[in-house]
Design a protein around this ligand. Sequence first.
Ligand SMILES: [Zn+2]
Length: 329
Amino acid sequence: MLTMRAWLPDPEFPDRSDITGFYRDTLTRVDRLPGVEAVAAVNVRPCLGWGLGADWDVEGWAPPDPDDPTFLELRIISPSYFSELAIVVDRLRAGARTTILTGAGVSAASGMPTFRGPGGLWKRHRPEALATPEAFAKVPVLVWEWYDWRRQLVAACKPNRAHGVLAAWTRRYRDLRLITQNVDGLHERAGADGVIRFHGSLWEVGCWGGCAAAPTRWPDHTVPFATRPPTCSHCGGPLRPGVVWFGEGIDPAVLAQSDDATSCDLFLTIGTSSLVYPAAGLVQQARHRGAFTVEINPDATVVSDHVDLVLRGTAEAVLDAIEHRVEHR
Ligand SMILES: [Zn+2]
């Protein structure tokens, strides 16, 4: 799938009043590009006052930034894309045992920051240098400044269409399991049931000292904390973020659940670069166990050549297209 984006006004498209003409000219041009078999979809912000031509289908539309009055987007999809979508749609509708692994790409459309921006005490530190037990032992206040800031930024983000579709699936399909590498909690905020949080959660904490009175992890949605580090209500010692740090192992219970989930009929790996192990190994394990494996990602990754089907596109666009077919066929 090829996606083209243009923002008006653009020097190349000076006359906004002739937007229909602009589209027809552009579509004619892109239709001749190598590899583009047909123009299957057009995305236009409705407020531009330009109606979709009856000969163009609207497919996989992800709303652009509603505050940007000049956004328009063209999406060109080859006809095989639709039959490929149907492969996933048919399996879902047939009640296939389905396991889904999500990564950062699923949260990208929610405006999830990369936490590497300027500002704050942590600006001279790499995230890899803060997200370790050693860093916490040495500078717990600095580490909590960073996590508290991340929690504030994530709290301001909203789940997007990808989270919405996956949440609906967790409630609709009994044999579907959702594993996420994300710690942002957006699957849960979209209403997803039973999320397996591979790398923990920004919205959980634990007792750093591991006092006997406290559970291993518990939910905490305080934003921001009044004191840093926040303290354990059981022993008064410092709390730690409930995420898996570099150098730490995955929770054995989560590993066991994830391993069990690779025994499935359909495995979707969505919005992940498939570089971080052991999560990255799950798709190959599922395939080894006989699952039909599908990658949904805008760009090629290391697993693209090793799955049964690749659906090129953003998580929110492809999942919306699949869900549209599941519901309307
Ligand atoms: Zn404690």
